[in-house]
Design a protein around this ligand. Structure first.
Ligand code: URP
Ligand code: ZN
Ligand code: ZN
Length: 467
């Protein structure tokens, strides 16, 4: 299969020029002005005049088909990756969970079964670690060396479920210094939050907004600072996931100013939504129950500035959808029982382009860097993914800056009965999405194939060399 994308504005993290891009057998094989049709025969030609030609989005934080909060996230690897494709994402890195008493090998096999034969785009896994004895440390080495699972998520929150103590975190961090892995940290002070939750429930404060009020930004700031201090003592890089609060960003910024290899991602929900959403009538605040929670509105501009100045390096989604009707409702009389998470896998590029590029907060190059290039570098996929270059996988989005989209349950493809951005109109969305050289989104139609996505054996992070 060969494909020629003619006359688009090719934008990478560093370049911006008009050219044709030719793809053959899943790889980009030529880029140039007016490539001659006799030499570059194409089974299909797409006219990208007036459009951006950008590397496929890479979402390094998704939870598809994940058991959590007494239920399972609503999108599986088929529906979730189709939705991702509609939104211009061509690779994801999801999370396998090593439960206590189980091995990482078992966890990886389990999650491979959930994804293999279903995903329509490429996928890799981070490993969530919930305990780490000596055998676990050796398994970490094997994951990095043999399985291409080169990153490990640890939690400072959710006591009794995922939370691990500082000693465990330190052991994991130290080991990554030997095996080349990268620790990803959920940084919230779970012990303090647990006390605040119990206190609220004792007082009869059961509504969804108390989820946010019992998880203050200082709990995130404290944990972020502690996580970075642990990584400094271990002498290794650290990556903070789903950073939501200025308090936490300040800790990352301080560390980076000191020259420490501290990195962080934020997510669109923290850039576009706020605490006010929890005040929506009735039980609607449950739509936004996620951890960390949405913050007061003023945090948004602080995060945007962090993105522009490279204090934040990545935008991921933390896509973890639960339906209002039969899942969020589990916490109708007790906010602590509302499954934590919200949908977002489909709306990342269009929201960030609209709110970031169109509103002058970040450049198009930075948009590509945040949503594709740095995710690829951070998680060992670059230059195979994350750029438009000869030899890279032909994962390409033809992005029409003028194509309007109205976000909502009826127009989007995630398998969830609400959307946090319902009714919002955004300018700019993909007209064509190409994964491994195959067109999988053609206008409004999905034309890809269930199971076409490939498992990504990732290499080591490029974080140690500085990002
Ligand atoms: O609320 C969230 N973020 N749900 C997904 C699990 C996690 O901590 O990332
Ligand atoms: Zn988390
Ligand atoms: Zn998550």
């Amino acid at each position: 299969m060969s494909l020629l994308i003619r006359n688009g504005r090719v934008i990478t993290a560093s370049d911006d020029y008009v050219a044709d891009v030719y793809c053959e057998n899943g790889t980009i094989t030529a880029i140039g002005r007016d490539l001659p049709a006799d030499r570059f025969h194409a089974d299909r030609t797409i006219d990208a005049s007036g459009k951006y030609v950008i590397p496929g989005g890479i979402d390094v934080h998704t939870h598809l088909n994940m058991p959590f909060g007494g239920t399972t996230s609503a999108d599986d690897f088929e529906s979730g990756t189709i939705a991702a494709a509609f939104g211009g994402t061509t690779s994801i890195v999801d999370f396998a969970i090593q439960y206590r008493g189980q091995t990482m090998r078992h966890a990886l096999e389990d999650w491979r079964k959930r994804a293999d034969g279903k995903a329509v785009i490429d996928y890799g896994f981070h490993m969530i670690v919930t305990e780490l004895e000596d055998a676990g440390l050796e398994e970490m080495d094997r994951m990095v060396r043999d399985e291409g699972v080169t990153s490990f998520k640890l939690f400072m929150a959710y006591p009794g479920v995922f939370m691990v103590d500082d000693a465990t975190i330190f052991r994991a961090l130290r080991r990554t210094g030997e095996n080349g892995g990268l620790v990803c940290m959920h940084a919230e002070n779970g012990g303090v939050i647990d006390e605040l939750v119990k206190e609220a429930l004792r007082k009869g404060e059961t509504a969804p907004k108390y989820h946010a009020l019992t998880r203050p930004p200082t709990a995130e700031g404290e944990a972020t600072g502690r996580a970075i201090a642990l990584s400094e003592m271990a002498g290794v890089p650290i990556y903070i996931v789903h950073l939501s609060a200025a308090h936490a960003l300040e800790k990352v910024k301080q560390a980076r100013d000191m020259g420490l290899p501290a990195y962080a991602e934020t997510c669109p929900q923290y850039l576009f939504l706020s605490y006010d959403n929890y005040e929506e009538p009735g039980f609607d605040g449950a739509k936004y129950v996620m951890s960390p929670p949405l913050r007061e509105k003023w945090h948004q501009e602080v995060l945007w500035k962090g993105l522009a100045k490279n204090d934040l390096q990545v935008i991921s989604t933390d896509h973890c959808p639960f339906c209002m009707a039969d899942q969020k409702i589990l916490g109708k009389d007790d906010f602590s029982k509302i499954p934590n998470g919200a949908p977002g896998i489909e709306t990342r590029l269009t929201l960030v382009h609209d709110g970031g590029v169109r509103h002058g907060r970040i450049s198009m190059n930075r948009f590509v860097e945040l949503c594709s290039t740095t995710p690829a570098k951070m998680f060992g996929l670059f230059p195979r993914k994350g750029t438009i270059a000869v030899g890279s996988d032909a994962d390409i989005v033809v992005f029409d800056p003028d194509r309007k989209a109205t976000l909502g349950v009826k127009t989007l493809h995630m398998k969830v009965d609400y959307n946090p951005y319902e009714g919002r109109t955004v300018h700019g969305s993909p007209s064509h999405v190409i994964c491994n050289g195959e067109v999988i989104i053609d206008g409004d139609a999905f034309v890809g194939r269930k199971g076409a996505g490939r498992f990504l054996q990732r290499g080591p992070s490029q974080a140690p060399s500085g990002l």
